[in-house]
Write a protein that binds this ligand. Structure first.
Ligand code: NOJ
Length: 534
């Protein structure tokens, strides 16, 4: 890669869940006017691009992932006017804007589905996946919804079932119909023309389904916890045909300069790699391993090394610690290790994505029963603590005023503000030179300025201790860095003199240690991570 790396190759992505970032209209739900006011904060974080979870008109049955119009902005978020101004301001400030494209399913309130469900001979009938009941009246096959229950809903009027792998109000489009494909290509073209810089494509690996709608095989390894995992999703995910469709999406982006497409995919490495295509599918398919891998140095090193080893030549890696579907990092691994995790995220090779609030060390909130609203949690109370996503979607914590500066005092926010906002918030952390936020900014600053960190090679190294993960980043003719991460809360003394005799601390997770160190006897405090200039 040359110095002229593209923005998404060098840059850091910051994910905003729009309902929870900043409420300006005073209804307890975030909006784009609010985000616009916070752009300077985002620039100051040292990130390069914002990814917005869906902001389209939507009945909000799945909080925006049920889209009723792909070429407009929800009035609740400020409508197209707010978006246009936000886009303009973001660009002026040097930020790129990535929007979420949700092509797999629409809302049942989308005009396409309203037509489709009218009658069996409606011209849009075949835009969705309809099938006859089995002779006993049951659903056409055994496919399950991610959110609990069958993936099929019966339509009394036309006496057929339609497919939905999420809530019943999210019917799935039929991409075997060329008109559907063309309609979605037109949607992509609309946003490219408007000047958005990229797309995060929702459940991209789910877009094609078995033509014969065959039953999925049972999963012999099911642990009995989440019924969704009781079958192997062979015929409804990752079908070979999906790659042709993704190529057509990409071809639209490629008609415009510097556009970026990242696909949401939860698949093992071998499968994941196929979504790069021949550099004609995703620029990078989301790599969720830091979320799914057990948090210990050995397992994480193995995961990083395996991913690095299997990446096709020239393919752009990426790393994610959290998103709106995953419990917050600081709750999964503890706040002390979350600092180490942020250091890892921001020093690995490839595009990092940070979920809003993770720069502060925000944690999952306890959601009182009357506030639980995420469909998988509502539908399956017995496993709500595992599948529910409300805890990680609570309002951004800006300061210690009532409602944490997210909404005016006295407003009922759509999800409760986490009680720890009194001490985990932007204002507090800005004033504290040792804070989570201070660490995050020190890391982004270093990453932005050092070619070894934003473009250099990666090589893991032995620290002589399984509980330490260490690696070297290098770029020809520039300073190199050794990153050493202590995954335990115990002091460690390491001999890393094979790498270099001395080194200089560039960033320490405690934001305290500095100066030269001798690598022959490197002392690491518990939960400490170091980026060392060597
Ligand atoms: C994946 C999204 O990230 C999630 O939030 C959503 O519920 C489903 N896709 C359905 O769109």
């Amino acid at each position: 890669m040359t110095e002229k790396a593209l923005w998404w190759q060098k840059g850091i992505i910051y994910q905003i869940y729009p309902r929870s970032y900043q409420d300006r209209t005073g209804n307890g739900i975030g909006d784009l006017w609010g985000v616009r006011e916070r752009l300077d904060y985002i620039v100051d974080l040292g990130v390069d691009a914002i990814w917005f979870s869906p902001i389209y008109p939507s009945p909000m049955k799945d909080f925006g992932y049920d889209v009723s119009d792909y070429v407009d902005i929800n009035p609740m978020f400020g409508g197209m006017d707010a978006f246009d101004r936000l886009l303009e301001d973001a660009h002026k400030k040097g930020l790129k804007v990535i929007i979420d494209l949700v092509p797999n399913h629409t809302s049942d309130q989308h005009a396409w589905f309203k037509e489709s469900r009218c009658s069996k001979d409606n011209p849009k009938r075949d835009w969705y996946i309809w099938a006859d009941p089995k002779p006993d009246g049951s659903p056409p096959n055994n496919w399950l919804s991610f959110f609990g229950g069958p993936a099929w809903t019966y339509d009394e009027k036309t006496e057929q079932y339609y497919l939905h792998q999420f809530v019943p109000e999210q019917p799935e489009l039929n991409y075997r119909n060329p008109e559907v494909k063309q309609a979605m290509l037109d949607v992509i073209d609309f946003w490219m023309k408007k000047g958005v810089d990229g797309l995060r494509v929702d459940v991209i690996w789910l877009m094609m389904k078995d033509e014969q709608l065959r039953d999925n095989p049972p999963n012999p390894d099911w642990d009995g916890v989440n019924p969704f995992n009781s079958i192997i999703h062979k015929y409804n995910m990752g079908l070979p045909e999906v790659h042709d469709l993704i190529k057509e999406f990409r071809a639209v982006l490629d008609r415009y300069p510097d556009r970026f497409m990242v696909g949401e995919i939860y698949q093992p490495n071998e499968e994941l790699m196929t979504y790069y295509g021949d550099n004609d599918e995703c620029h990078t398919p989301y790599n969720m391993q830091l979320i799914n891998t057990e948090w210990n140095a050995k397992k994480v090193r193995e995961a990083v090394d395996a991913y690095e080893a299997i990446l096709p030549e020239g393919a752009q890696p990426n790393w994610v610690l959290g998103n709106h579907d995953q419990h917050r990092t600081a709750s999964r691994i503890g706040r002390d290790q979350a600092r180490v995790a942020n250091m890892l995220l921001l020093t690995l090779r490839g595009t990092p994505t940070t979920y809003y609030g993770e720069e502060l060390g925000m944690t999952n909130a306890v959601i009182p029963p009357e506030f639980v609203q995420d469909p998988p949690a509502v539908n399956q109370p017995e496993i709500a603590h595992i599948v529910g996503r409300d805890p990680e979607r609570t309002p951004m914590q800006w300061d210690d005023s009532p409602n944490a500066g997210f909404s005016e005092a006295g407003v009922q926010t759509w999800l409760p503000v986490n009680e720890n906002y009194l001490y985990i918030n932007v204002k507090e952390e800005k004033e504290d030179e040792f804070s989570f936020l201070a660490l995050y900014k020190a890391l982004t600053k270093l990453r932005r300025t050092e070619p070894a960190l934003n473009m250099g090679s990666y090589r893991s190294v032995d620290a002589g201790d399984d509980e330490i993960f260490a690696f070297v980043r290098e770029y020809e003719g520039e300073d190199s860095f050794l990153v050493v991460l202590n995954f335990t809360n115990r002091i460690k003394t390491l001999d890393m003199s094979e790498i270099s005799r001395t080194a200089e601390i560039a960033v320490s997770t405690d934001m305290l240690s500095e100066g030269p160190v001798k690598l022959g006897a490197l002392i690491m405090a518990g939960n400490q991570g170091l980026v060392l200039r060597i």
